[in-house]
Design a protein around this ligand. Structure first.
Ligand code: SF4
Length: 394
């Protein structure tokens, strides 16, 4: 990254969206892709689920022609797509290549309507329309209209969480919900030329812009350069302060880098103050609560499984289905008494069976845990902050 990049590469929809999130991300994706953290299994599973949703969405349009060309073979994809668009016998084109203003997009589904016009459909494995989807559709509409296509409508096809899967083949008309967003998308298009110009200016620079990592690295998408951008940060980096994100932003604006640098007397929430104090804290009711426990203690940990596409009869897209982790006695895993986990054929029944299976003899104590789904992103979850100091005197 020490020399001026010689070529400002063609942009794509995903690069444009990256640039909207962070100019540094766009720069690194184009000039230093190797600095990205590879996908982990969880991320890959989410991507695979999105691919499956896309395949099902295309099945709603039997007879549609898929432009099955690898993304880097742009010239081939453009030529194949151009041939399909001028052929009036082709009514639906899926994942075609279309270029304008040195931006290439691949619309999920293009449906030919009356008068040789087109309905643009973007498929998302979400349960609703989000702000970022409007920008996603807007850059596609900008390219399509610039390339000469006349659009009748721009739409988002997302999953319908009201669909109760009865078992057997999926009812694709029920599984998906089409939402027309033509007007909203038009409102997002005006600034595209200026944004593209600004992105190209960034890309022509010899080094990435100096942008600090913070919450924007996870909104709307988790950035793969997080580890690169945060290496060398203290374990007590101010980003790891829990509670109100406004407090974090205010402290960042003051130039505070670590939790220990927060000025004395600065107004903090209780949880934030405890983290700043960095001293182990034990709730006043804990001792009494522990005194009620009778041994042996069985621990049963509930998690939930949520699939974009319903896996079991009488469930809906993204319905939280409880499953049970292996149960523990006195904190030790008991492999002989493992309970149903994701993949078992009847997880809903599994919970009931599991509770029955571990309820020991009369007088034994059964503790049930319902672990709330993590709301915070991975980086905050996996914070390597050291444990708090023991309380003085303990
Ligand atoms: S981690 Fe954050 S600052 Fe770094 S490139 Fe990504 S979005 Fe930008």
């Amino acid at each position: 990254m020490s020399t001026v990049p010689k070529v400002t590469r063609r942009l794509s929809k995903s690069r444009y969206l990256s640039g909207l999130q962070c100019a540094k991300r766009l720069y690194l994706e184009i000039h230093a892709r190797e600095l990205a953290t590879p996908f982990d299994e969880g991320t890959q599973a989410i991507l695979d689920a999105g691919t499956r949703v896309g395949e099902l969405a295309r099945e709603r349009y039997p007879g549609g022609v898929l432009v099955d060309v690898e993304h880097f073979k742009v010239a081939e994809g453009l030529a194949r797509t151009a041939g399909l668009l001028v052929d009036p016998s082709i009514t639906v084109v899926c994942e075609g290549f279309i270029a304008f203003d040195d931006v290439v997009v691949r619309p999920d589904i293009l449906v030919r309507t009356r008068g040789n016009r087109w309905r643009l459909i973007e498929v998302k494995s979400t349960s609703r329309v989000k702000d970022e989807h409007l920008h996603d559709l807007a850059i596609q509409a900008y390219v399509l209209t610039g390339a000469g296509l006349v659009l009748d409508a721009t739409c988002l096809m997302h999953l319908n969480t009201g669909y109760l899967y009865p078992g057997g083949p999926l009812d694709l008309r029920q599984l998906f919900h089409d939402q027309e967003l033509t007007r909203e998308v038009a409102d997002c298009q005006g600034e595209i030329p200026a944004r593209l110009a600004a992105m190209r200016q960034v890309l022509a620079k010899p080094a990435p812009p100096a942008i600090e990592a913070d919450d924007h690295c996870f909104a709307p998408y988790e950035c793969p350069f997080w580890e690169h951008c945060t290496k060398g940060k203290s374990d007590r980096w101010i980003f790891h302060l829990p509670g109100s994100r406004q407090t974090f932003r205010d402290l960042m604006a003051l130039g505070v880098q670590t939790i220990d640098d927060i000025p004395p007397g600065y107004s903090l929430q209780l949880i934030q103050q405890r983290v700043k104090d960095n001293v182990e804290w034990i709730g006043p009711g804990l001792r009494a609560a522990l005194d009620t426990v009778e041994y042996p203690v069985h621990h049963l940990d509930f998690e939930t499984l949520g699939s974009a596409i319903p896996l079991y009869p009488n469930t809906r897209p993204y319905q939280a289905i409880p499953v049970v982790e292996p149960h523990r006695v006195h904190g030790r895993p008991d492999p002989t008494r493992c309970l149903p986990v994701p993949g078992c054929p009847r997880p809903l029944r599994g919970v009931g069976r599991g509770a029955a299976a571990v309820s020991g003899q009369e007088g034994e104590c059964l503790h049930l845990y319902r672990v709330r789904a993590e709301r915070h992103h991975r980086a905050r979850r996996s914070s390597s902050a050291p444990p708090p100091r023991p309380r003085p005197g303990l």
